[in-house]
Design a binder for this molecule. Structure first.
Ligand SMILES: Cc1cc2nc3c(=O)[nH]c(=O)nc-3n(C[C@H](O)[C@H](O)[C@H](O)COP(=O)(O)OP(=O)(O)OC[C@H]3O[C@@H](n4cnc5c(N)ncnc54)[C@H](O)[C@@H]3O)c2cc1C
Length: 182
């Protein structure tokens, strides 16, 4: 199938670019290997803020007395996580709706750029198709990289102070665009 614009990756970088391309009159497709909305909507910004909201409610209940309210509550972690997953799923479905509304073809599968303008997409059943685009936007996101001097062991989360300072600066700059609480 041939398109004017093919976007690889449907996170906030990809799906917004796809919508704009379609609005500008380009025949557009978006390729996603996992869930529409990328890390932000499915695992990052949104579900973590839903968890934070539960923490805030628990904290408010803890201090309810100082507001003249008598209240008690015990956090139910299963329910908290279920709510967070529900919020994330809703947001991902929202992106699905936006793709449909903007007439963007959604192609689910792992995309690999094999030649200029050609992306080979393998779906979860192993079926392969080639998607062609006059323009290709790579929006596959970023992943953390292990520092040579700081091996990840999945247990130890303590970082030397200088690494923490660098991470905090980046996070703050990014959060200013999105969050209302940072
Ligand atoms: C726990 C956590 C909390 C966060 N909180 C915030 C926050 O509060 N505010 C904030 O601004 N940012 C936050 N972020 C960062 C934010 O999630 C990212 O900046 C954002 O998701 C980047 O968007 P993106 O479109 O570049 O990439 P991604 O969201 O990573 O999307 C890339 C997409 O491409 C897909 N993909 C990758 N390779 C392929 C391939 N070969 N074929 C097909 N599909 C592919 C992936 O499955 C993914 O869906 C948080 C991140 C995490 C992990």
């Amino acid at each position: 199938m041939a398109y004017d614009v093919v976007v690889l990756g449907s996170g906030p970088g990809g799906y917004v670019a796809a919508i704009r391309a379609s609005q500008l009159g380009f025949k557009t497709a978006i390729i996603e290997k996992e869930s529409l909305g990328g890390i932000c909507l499915n695992w990052g910004c949104i579900p973590t803020k839903a968890l934070l909201k539960s923490a805030q409610v628990a904290n408010d209940i803890k201090h309810a007395e100082s507001y003249g309210i008598e209240a008690t509550g015990t956090p139910k972690f299963d329910a908290i996580i279920k709510r967070s997953r529900g919020v994330a799923d809703k947001m991902s479905k929202g992106v699905q709706f936006l793709m449909k509304k903007n007439k963007i073809d959604v192609i689910m599968g792992f995309g690999k750029l094999t030649a200029p303008g050609k992306i080979e997409v393998k779906d979860k059943d192993g079926k392969t198709q080639v998607v062609e685009g006059r323009h290709v936007i790579i929006a596959t996101g970023g992943r953390s990289r292990e520092l040579p001097t700081l091996k990840q062991d999945g247990k130890n989360h303590r970082l030397p102070r200088r690494y923490v300072a660098a991470a905090a600066t980046q996070k703050h700059d990014r959060c200013r665009q999105w969050c209302y609480r940072c």
